[in-house]
Every structure is written in C-alpha cells, then in structure tokens.
Design a protein around this ligand. Structure first.
Ligand SMILES: [Zn+2]
Length: 352
C-alpha cells in the first residue's frame, strides 16, 4: 500500500460515504444494444460506440465472467467500489447488513438495452453455485421494464417438461426450437418480471430494462452458436451434462408466470416494484410522491430516476434529480425525503 492509498482510506473513514452520481459504466458485450441507454441517461453516444454496449452496470462489485472482465464501478475519486465498501461497510451498507454480509452488497443492478433478441440462457441457483462454482451466490434476476417497442416479448421457463435427453438434443441442435420451447410473455413499460434461478429465459429485441441480479455473471448459454460464444464460456467451464442440471426442465405454468409479474408503474407514494418472493435476493421499491413528499428509511441503494424531475433531501443536503440519473446512496446518508414530479426506483440488497 502506498502513502497515497493510506491518505485516501483515512479520508473515507473520516468523512464517511456520501450520495454519489454514477456515470455510465458500459462494458463491451457480445450482443447489440446501447442506444436506449445513452438516450435514457441523456449521455452523448461515445465516438467509439460499436453498437455492442447494451448494459450499464450500476453500483457494481461484479466482474464479467468472460469477454475480458470489466464491469466494476469506479467512484468519482478513482476508488473501485469493492474497496470503498471494504473500507467502511457500516457507513455504506448499514450495521445490520455489514454484520451479516461484511462489505458485500449482495446486489448487481444494470440497465439493459436489447438491440437484438438475447440468447436463451439460464443462471445457476445458490445451491448449485455453492456445490460446483465455489460461490455463495447464484443468480435470480428481475426485469423492471422502462421502455419497450410495441409487441416486445420476453421468454421465461419451458412450456412443457423436458427430459434430460430432450434438453440435450435441443442444445445440440442450436436452432429455433429452444426459443419455441419457452413461454413468450408480452411486455410494455411499467411491467416487471421476476426470473428465478434455473429458469431459462431470453429478452426480445427493443426492451430497456432495469435489471436486478445476484452479483455474479454465471450464465449457461443454452443458445450460443448464433452469438459466436465459446463453448467453454457457454457452460461455465463445467461438463455440459452437469451445467444442464442447473437448468429447470419445466414446465413453468401460466399460474406460476402470473405470480412472477407485477406492474411497478401502478405504485403511488411508496411500494414494491417486484413480487415479494424476490426479496430473499434483492428489493426494488418505487418512490413516486403524489401530492406530498415521501420519506424513506436509510438504506444502501442504487437509485434510478425513471421519470420526471424532483429533489432528494437528506442529512447530506438537497440534490436535484431528473429521469436518467443514477445515484449510489450509502446507508450513512440516513432517511431520504423525495419531492416533485419524479419517479424513483430504489434497488436494494435483501433485508439483513
Ligand atoms: Zn439472465
């Protein structure tokens, strides 16, 4: 450690963490997209934009599993977020969270703009990740739809039960039958969908989602050939039959799908953006003052302003916010009072 490192650590400990605006953090990925993110963030499209910057990783402590790493959030003073959290877990995450999880926020939040349909893939559960990937996190995820082209579709779960051989055969074939085996779900702005770990899924073209995930980048890429993905990465470096055992073979019924859906846009005042069963993995809360300001409890949160403009008042002062802003809020900022014609979504770790 250099003397400069010691000085900045001391400053962090003395001053405590403060609410920070997060600039776009857009690692290159294998699929197309990104224009809707730059538009939403009111950010200029970079000169070197190659059409494959479809994700903005918000308050990220996770690194890409493949595709050259990257993804970790760097704060304005140059500190990488994992180092900042480790230096003051109580200030950032609160005493209860820090006592249970240390400096790990247990959360990955992204904006995702599907410039093309994404491949059918799935993510392992916690149990599978513990047993085979040396990691305590699996990856349940949720999509909060911010914008969608007319007729936009996502797919979740297999329509019918697939035997082990049937699934292996579909993965071998690498044709349209994999997508056809999944349940199509029409989505529009204001929808939210919880995707339990293990369920195969895909996002269709033309959807901007705010995505919450357990903080890993483990994916089983059931469709990989048309996206030019390497087989090693497609199956997490595991034997294929073992990797396919992490996939839920179905069926995912219509009743079950209904229980995984909500309309976040219907919330007035303060309320959950996602079905309750997701709260074991992460929480998302809509804050929309209607008539009167809304005060929310202290919490570590990635706060995304999804519509309108307003203000956030806290012990740390008053901040103007407008649609497209993303704030990283430490627990130490205390309660927030939100006012104005603004809609915020607070993305938070599971309750400690
Ligand atoms: Zn996924």
């Amino acid at each position: 450690m250099t003397s400069t490192d010691i000085a900045s650590d001391t400053e962090l400990a003395a001053g405590g963490p403060v609410i920070a605006h997060l600039a776009p953090n857009i690692p290159r990925r294998f699929y197309r997209g990104g224009e809707r993110i730059f538009a939403f963030r009111s950010a200029a499209t970079p000169g070197d934009f190659d059409g494959r910057r479809p994700e903005d990783w918000l308050g990220s402590t996770a690194r890409l599993f493949a595709e050259g790493g990257g993804g970790v959030t760097t704060l304005a003073d140059g500190t990488e977020l994992p180092d900042a959290l480790a230096a003051d877990p109580v200030g950032w995450l609160g005493a209860a969270h820090a006592a249970r999880f240390g400096g790990d926020p247990n959360l990955l939040t992204k904006l995702l703009d599907s410039g093309e349909r994404l491949p059918v893939h799935s993510h392992p559960s916690r149990d599978f990740a513990k047993a085979h990937l040396d990691c305590d996190h699996g990856k349940t995820e949720a999509w909060i739809v911010l914008a969608a082209e007319p007729g936009a579709t996502v797919w979740v779960g297999f329509r019918d039960e697939l035997g082990e051989d049937e699934l292996a055969e579909l993965v071998d074939a690498q044709d349209e039958r994999l997508l056809e085996a999944c349940n199509p779900i029409s989505v529009s702005a204001g929808d939210a969908v919880l995707v339990p770990a293990g369920q195969p899924h895909a996002i269709g073209e033309g959807v901007l989602v705010l995505e919450l995930q357990e903080p890993t980048d483990f994916s089983v890429m059931l469709e990989h050939e048309r996206f030019g993905l390497e087989l090693d990465h497609a199956f997490l470096g595991l034997d294929r039959p073992l990797a396919l055992r992490s996939v839920d073979h179905g069926p995912l019924s219509a009743e079950r799908i209904a229980s995984l859906r909500t309309r976040w846009a219907d919330v007035e005042g303060q309320g959950p953006a996602l079905p309750d069963e997701g709260s074991e993995y992460f929480r998302a809360e809509v804050v929309r003052p209607v008539g009167a300001p809304v005060t929310v409890d202290a919490a570590y949160a990635v706060v995304v302003a999804v519509a309108g403009r307003g203000a956030i008042d806290s012990a740390q002062g008053s901040l103007a916010v407008a649609a497209g802003d993303v704030l990283l809020v430490p627990h130490a900022a205390g309660p927030l009072t939100v006012s104005g014609d603004v809609t915020l979504i607070r993305c938070m770790p599971p309750a400690p």
